[in-house]
Design a protein around this ligand. Structure first.
Ligand code: GMT
Length: 381
């Protein structure tokens, strides 16, 4: 198949999902064209059958705001016509689904069979899409797609409720490469981070407010009162300065290491004992899955799609949003009980390998592409 994939390039799960899918599809022999305004960070490297098309808005002085949506649609048209794209798979309804519909309207007759698959990752629906000014455009983007997929059953349900959307939504979870995200004793930098044998708690995110970063620090401060421990925080974003300040206020700044954006979190995760994701919302929680694949139990919130990733008492625990005492109690119990923690870590790894393998997930996306290509229906409706 000839497949176009549009996504955001920034640090975040949707770009990761889109990039890894593009690579796997190219490895399977499909011709894959990725559209974004910068190279997505997990796409780097050369892959046969894969092409990257940078969306360039130019710098025409008349434009106060460069028209990224039009630039993206123009790039899609150019490549759809030049390469005969069959499917445009867009990751986020806003703006990519809308760009894809515009492109389809414009392409030559020979490309009219171009099908549009929209994958919903969460914040497009729960935050951006439901904002009054974007609501109708997001609904349009979704309704005119030939197929819509969501990264969790929870998100599929939310989409139905928010947009009164009655068409089928394929639930296709995030995946993890368990060979890359794997427990690693030998290469681990544990001694560097915890030279005195302290236990290591970890958090990885883009430090947006939705990640509830202060709760990571508060939970750690509770734990630190009871036992020697270190907190590693990888990533960067608007909440980072606040987190530093809070660590200082709570007197734990010496034990909290802010690592900044890291391209290879798979080298850091195996050094830890426990992963924390206390988000206020999470449609799936790819960061949790990557930690599980490295053999770490996860402490997260009972929210969104996290219950589809973590089984409480088996491979982690879920607490109510904001309940840092619950998180700290669970953390202390696990950190003080090696056998229990290791058992949970093994269960986490096993689930990642068995349930969320890229092979399984890519098969599901391929099946969606095949279905839309063989269907005469123009829309998901
Ligand atoms: O979580 C983020 O800040 C990034 C965001 C994104 O749009 O890239 O991630 C979303 O998509 C991921 C991949 O499907 C999911 O695993 C994340 O749970 C989801 N984030 C939220 O729902 C907050």
């Amino acid at each position: 198949m000839k497949i176009g994939i549009a996504c955001y390039p920034t640090y975040g799960g949707s770009g990761v999902v889109a990039s890894e899918l593009a690579i796997d599809l190219a490895k399977r022999g499909h011709e894959v064209h990725v559209f974004s305004y910068a190279m997505p960070f997990r796409l780097r490297g050369f892959y046969e059958n894969m092409y990257f098309h940078e969306i360039d808005v130019g710098n025409y002085p008349l434009f106060k705001y460069p028209p990224i949506t039009l630039a993206a649609a123009c790039k899609m048209i150019e490549i759809a016509e030049a390469r005969g794209l069959e499917v445009l798979h867009v990751h986020y309804a806003i703006p990519w689904a809308v760009c894809a519909h515009l492109a389809r309207e414009v392409v030559q007759e020979s490309c009219k069979r171009l099908k549009i698959v929209t994958t919903l990752h969460g914040t497009d629906i729960t935050l951006v899409g439901a904002e009054p000014q974007f609501f109708k455009m997001t609904k349009f983007g979704i309704e005119r797609s030939d197929a819509v997929t969501a990264v969790s059953s929870y998100l599929a349900l939310e989409t139905r409720k928010t947009f009164h959307f009655e068409c089928p939504i394929d639930v296709i979870h995030n995946s993890v490469d368990s060979a890359r995200f794997a427990p690693r004793q030998a290469k681990c930098c544990r001694k560097h981070f915890a030279p005195n044998g302290e236990k290591i708690m970890l958090h990885v995110s883009n430090f947006r407010p939705v990640k509830n970063i202060p709760d990571v620090v508060k939970t750690f401060a509770f734990v630190r009162k009871k036992m020697p421990a270190r907190l590693l925080m990888a990533g960067d974003g608007p909440e980072l300065p606040h987190a530093r300040q809070l660590a200082q206020e709570l007197g734990v700044e010496k034990d909290v290491l802010f690592l900044g954006n890291q391209e290879s979190v798979e080298e850091i995760l195996p050094c830890g004992d426990l992963f924390m994701l206390p988000s206020a919302y999470e449609s799936f929680g790819l960061a949790a899955l990557e930690a599980m694949s490295c053999g770490l139990p996860v402490l997260a919130t009972e929210i969104g799609g996290l219950g589809e990733v973590i089984t409480p008492g088996v491979d982690g625990w879920l607490c109510h949003v904001g309940d840092t005492e619950c998180m700290a109690e669970r953390a202390i119990d696990l950190l003080q009980n090696d056998a229990k923690r290791q058992k949970m870590g093994q269960a986490a790894r096993q689930k990642a390998v068995e349930k969320f393998s890229p092979e399984r997930i890519v098969n599901q996306y391929e099946a969606v592409y095949q279905r839309v290509l063989s269907s005469a229906e123009a829309c998901a409706k």
